[in-house]
Design a protein around this ligand. Structure first.
Ligand SMILES: [Zn+2]
Length: 140
């Protein structure tokens, strides 16, 4: 069992998580559905976690939740808008942490699946485009 820290962009919300990430908790996914594209600015990289290991250590009062479909709530920082996690009323034991909110996601984490790619625009589908450590060479 490992311990992780995370939070939002402005630093108002901080959390710790102690437990499994992915694996037994569920698949690590990149979701390309229409709701994630609107809510996250693009696809959502999500890692399932056990709710009981998740503790908000600062800024709990800044967290707002938007119910994007019945019983599904997307939590975000009300100051900077950073997505933090989603949760479902019918599965209270699971939080789906937005990977970008973790300070140091484990290097061992791999994406198990891209979901809802069918309805995604062509530019949002997984592709073989070249990857660069920084900006693409044409942009200086
Ligand atoms: Zn914030």
């Amino acid at each position: 069992m490992s311990k992780f820290t995370g939070g939002c962009l402005c630093g108002g919300v901080l959390y710790t998580y102690q437990g499994e990430l992915g694996g037994a908790a569920g698949a690590v996914t990149v979701c390309h559905c229409a709701a994630c594209r609107k809510a996250q600015g693009y696809a959502a990289a999500v890692v399932p976690a056990c709710a009981e290991g998740f503790v908000v250590t600062a800024g709990a009062d800044l967290i707002r939740e938007y119910e994007s479909s019945p019983g599904k709530k997307r939590a975000f920082c009300s100051l900077c808008g950073s997505p933090l996690y989603s949760r479902r009323d019918d599965r209270p034991e699971v939080l789906r942490i937005r990977l970008g909110s973790l300070d140091h996601p484990p290097e061992s984490l791999t994406v198990d699946a891209h979901t809802f790619t069918e309805g995604a625009p062509a530019w949002a589908r997984p592709d073989d485009a070249p990857r660069y450590a920084g900006l693409e060479p044409a942009r200086t």
